[in-house]
Write a protein that binds this ligand. Structure first.
Ligand code: FE
Ligand code: FE
Ligand code: MG
Length: 160
């Protein structure tokens, strides 16, 4: 990042990088949770729900890419140690031990609600201070909101 770009960030770069790295850990765990869930799923509506879980897994991986690119631009290093993922994550990892489709939906809805909180916090942190990170965080937040909605509507369909 150039000097002028660094000047206009207006929020502690270290603090921001740490926050983005925490979100990166959440994204990797969310990616794996969806990926594994899509493999083991069975039960009601499982073909449709499997497709949705796979789609969300890809979105989470895309988010991980966006975050790591931004961390590097800000002069930081994306988390490289596997054991740090669980340690730094805000939302944690819920192993899809119960392959039942409704159980997987509930588990991932919980994860999406946590992700929404994570990005709301980052959006608030950089609003009016770092427009580039702001734009990225808003765009990820939009995806997480859509994820929650998609899973919730499938859960409602299943409960009918
Ligand atoms: Fe995500
Ligand atoms: Fe998501
Ligand atoms: Mg979806």
């Amino acid at each position: 990042m150039g000097k002028k770009a660094a000047e206009i960030i207006g929020v502690g770069a270290k603090e921001l990088i740490a926050e983005l790295n925490k979100a990166l850990c959440d994204e990797w765990l969310a990616y794996y949770q969806y990926w594994a869930g899509a493999k083991v799923i069975r039960g009601k509506m499982s073909p449709a729900i499997k497709a949705e879980l796979e789609e969300h897994a890809n979105d989470e991986l895309k988010h991980a890419n966006m975050l790591s690119e931004r961390i590097i631009t800000l002069g930081g290093t994306p988390v490289v140690k596997f054991e740090e993922l669980l340690k730094l994550s805000s939302c944690g990892y819920d192993a899809p031990e119960n392959p039942d489709s409704l159980a997987l939906l509930e588990q991932n809805i919980k994860g999406e609600r946590c992700a929404i909180d994570v990005y709301k916090k980052i959006v608030d942190m950089v609003r009016g201070k770092d427009d580039i990170t702001y734009k990225m965080a808003v765009s990820i937040l939009e995806d997480e909101i859509e994820h929650e909605e998609d899973l919730q509507s499938m859960q409602e369909d299943l409960s009918k």
